[in-house]
Design a protein around this ligand. Structure first.
Ligand SMILES: *Cc1c(COP(=O)(O)O)cnc(C)c1O
Length: 392
């Protein structure tokens, strides 16, 4: 075997000697943004002012939703929405998502009840949600990695049960389901603008809803519960967005569709380059849907691929390729939720959590870098037996 065909873990040259990080926010030209930030600083109005309003209007227009409220982050948006819905009881949600989805339920006074995911889509399985919805006061679901949920099926379950459906849409600003923008579904959808997402504010979130009462509850709730009279209506949060963050978000919103197209192109390229490898599959995204591909995640079947996720992670590390296990452990497997009584096992969630690995992908990454990651994965796969022995 030549040195070129050896993975780094077996002594070959690393694919990225200086390292390739998982995520890099794409900020683009900062000249105009810097100018805007400067004028905000000079204006004396630093939070929740005209720039925040401009962001809210721009996103409402884009999504075709009557109300969009900017908040300090997605987690606080989910907390305030669940509080506004009075979700102080059983709240059904998938365990295969980011922990903040469940934390928001707990902070709002609810108790998570776990639902399984669809093993191909990796989003909430509507029939499994139906099987645990009895007695629930609300349900939430996540558009995992930007792939839209089965929104019609989930809405049917919510309607039958008479409970609100809130989407954790942290990954999915710019995603569409059958041509309809994510943001228009359920009772409300909450986006994140944190630095690992495709649109960034630094820190920030956006709540989208068509319910005027809920919009008002968020508007008051993000300001401590104070409607402006100083007579607080309920125990709210400080979940305001600053003008500076809103300016960064407005800047980041430009070119979003182009970034999503490019990410889809990079994912296609990656799939082409690992085509034929045994034991690797990808999340299903329906042909009429658009995913932001906030993450490029592989599902690796260890028996067929020849390595499990910790072994593949070690081999990728040797190449200088950063990776994460999104989402492993699943939330119900984490210490914070170990005390919850579980009525049943979650075999699909646990099987998927054991098999996922997220590889670097960002909106200004070169096609060459994606091809290099793919060929590193191929070199590792071709020598899986030796890699296993080396790591033992
Ligand atoms: C990032 C993320 C959040 C949290 O978003 P913040 O804006 O950091 O609060 C919530 N849910 C999911 C699925 C996420 O990926």
């Amino acid at each position: 075997m030549t040195r070129e065909s050896m993975p780094a873990v077996l002594g070959g040259d690393p694919a990225f000697p200086t390292g390739l990080p998982l995520v890099r926010p794409t900020i683009g030209d900062t000249g105009r943004l810097a100018h805007r930030l400067e004028s905000i600083l000079q204006s004396g109005i630093l939070t929740n002012g005209a720039v925040v309003r401009e962001l809210e209007e721009a996103v409402a227009q884009r999504l075709g939703v009557p109300y969009v409220l900017a908040v300090s982050n997605c987690t606080s948006g989910l907390m305030l929405m669940l509080q506004a819905l009075g979700a102080q009881g059983r709240v059904v949600l998938p365990s295969f998502t980011f922990a903040a989805s469940a934390h928001a339920v707990v902070w709002a006074g609810g108790t998570p009840v776990w639902a399984e995911i669809d093993p191909e889509r990796l989003t909430a399985d509507p029939s499994d949600v139906r099987s645990v919805i009895d007695g629930a006061v609300a349900m939430t679901a996540t558009h995992v990695y930007g792939a839209p949920c089965q929104v019609d099926e989930l809405q049917a379950v919510a309607d039958e049960a008479g409970v609100p459906l809130v989407y954790d849409s942290a990954h999915a600003l710019g995603s569409t389901r059958n041509g309809v923008p994510v943001g228009r579904f359920g009772t409300a959808e909450v986006f994140s603008l944190s630095p690992t997402k495709v649109t960034v504010a630094g820190e920030g979130g956006l709540v989208a809803t068509s319910d005027p009462g809920l919009a008002e509850a968020i508007r008051i709730g993000r300001d401590y519960g104070n409607p402006g009279s100083y007579d607080c209506q309920f125990a709210g949060l400080n979940a305001r967005m600053s003008e500076l963050h809103a300016a960064v978000a407005l800047h980041s919103l430009q070119g979003l569709d182009e970034r999503i197209d490019y990410r889809n192109e990079l994912v296609r390229l990656f799939k082409e380059n690992v085509d034929g490898l045994d034991g690797i599959s990808f999340q299903r995204v329906d042909p009429d849907d658009v995913s932001t591909y906030k993450d490029l995640t592989l599902i690796v079947e260890p028996d067929q691929f020849g390595l499990d996720i910790p072994q593949l992670t070690a081999a990728l590390n040797a190449e200088g390729i950063d990776s994460r296990r999104y989402y492993s452990p699943a939330i119900h497997q984490q210490k914070a939720y170990a005390h919850l009584q579980r009525e049943r096992d979650l075999p699909i969630t646990e099987r998927i959590a054991d098999r996922v690995i997220t590889l670097p992908l960002w909106s200004h990454m070169s096609a060459d870098d994606v091809a290099s990651i793919a060929s590193a994965v191929c070199r590792i796969a071709a020598t899986a037996g030796q890699v296993r022995d080396t790591l033992r």
